[in-house]
Design a protein around this ligand. Sequence first.
Ligand SMILES: [Zn+2]
Length: 98
Amino acid sequence: MTIIRCASCDGFGWFEDEIGLGIDCDWCAGAGYVYQDAAGRDLPIPQQDYPHVAEELEALEAERLREMGYQGAAKKPWQQQIRQDTQLGRDPYAGDKQ
Ligand SMILES: [Zn+2]
């Protein structure tokens, strides 16, 4: 199964409504990325799969942030979820924070 950037939210995982509230993207369930099957259909990545695809999502996210010229970014729901179970979501910059 291929993982691609969510076409609906363009990897953000959420939208900002007119009064500035964040709303989870329902196309990707807030992950910002979706599975694409052999028939080209997009499927949300189940939350229980996050630990298994964490490294691939991290790489995709790093690429997306580079495209936007970011040096850092807010954490996404899947990154927080990963932290609960594995070491993969560990923030390499955590030591720099106050
Ligand atoms: Zn989305």
